[in-house]
Design a protein around this ligand. Sequence first.
Ligand code: GLA
Length: 330
Amino acid sequence: MKKRILNLVVASAIAFCGVVSTVQAADKVKIGFLVKQPEEPWFQTEWRFADKAAKDNGFEVLKIAAPDGERTLAALDSLAANGAKGFVICTPDPRLGPSIVAKAKALNLKMVAVDDRFVGSDGKFMEDVPYLGMDAHAVGQQQGKLLMEEAKKRGWNLAETGAIINTFEELDTAHQRTSGSVESLIAAGFPKDNIFNAPNRTTDIPGSFDASNIMLTQHPDKKNWLVIGMNDNAVLGGIRATEGAGFKAANVIGIGINGTDVVAELEKKEVTGLYGSLLLSPNVHGYKTTMMVYDWVTKGVEPAKFTPISDATLIMRENFKQKLTEMGMM
Ligand code: GLA
């Protein structure tokens, strides 16, 4: 009998605790964080630091995959139904901007765009929507400059060298990066005729692999290759294509952008054509945008319309572990 009473007491204590924590969770401010490509380490890192912001400040982040327009708009409905007050979004397509803005207004959700800026029906950026992103053109220029420095160090004959540019023109940040990179190649004396645009159908490794592969087949006379693209995956697909075409790592130089998505590559025992990557700040992107929405919904502090984030550090086999650890990303 005593034991039964004890059990009862324990059970009700547990039930009570459960009720308390449910009440607390219901009271917490909720903020959504929607990303277009949840499989990319870049976005996983943004999520991780959004969670950190929430933990540091006692609120909750609802992390949602938004790979297309339909799921994005449905996610906004469910955010509102769950009592969220606002959200951060990297949209699957910037041209969804007007629909996302209309839906957020109707649901009374505050919003900050990250990484990919919304484009209005007139084709111009929607500058009224608070946005945090990097200086894409400058990072692209840095990529091109570093590639040329390494090609010169290797003593390559530029007449025998091709440059594959994995492009994705419908995304402005991608266009800014690859065009900046090409500008630097030309400024450093790379022959224009050896620059080949490879339009990517999708922004992932298969997309850049296929497009790069076509360029390699079309230009069998080239002995060395520079591989360019808007992010790590755009460059990695190109590197895989050069390997498939029989090029050795010594004849290929690729430098990614993001830094987060090359860890497995730089950990490989065998050196590959991926020389390094420009490590950006997904930690800042994730933490800061989440705090911008949080401060907006809890204190009425409206975020700036544009918050540029500009640091980029070259990571290579020698220093990637140290750099990523320093930034809390390893
Ligand atoms: C785009 C790319 C991501 C990352 C971010 C950085 O969204 O798809 O891989 O480079 O930009 O802002």
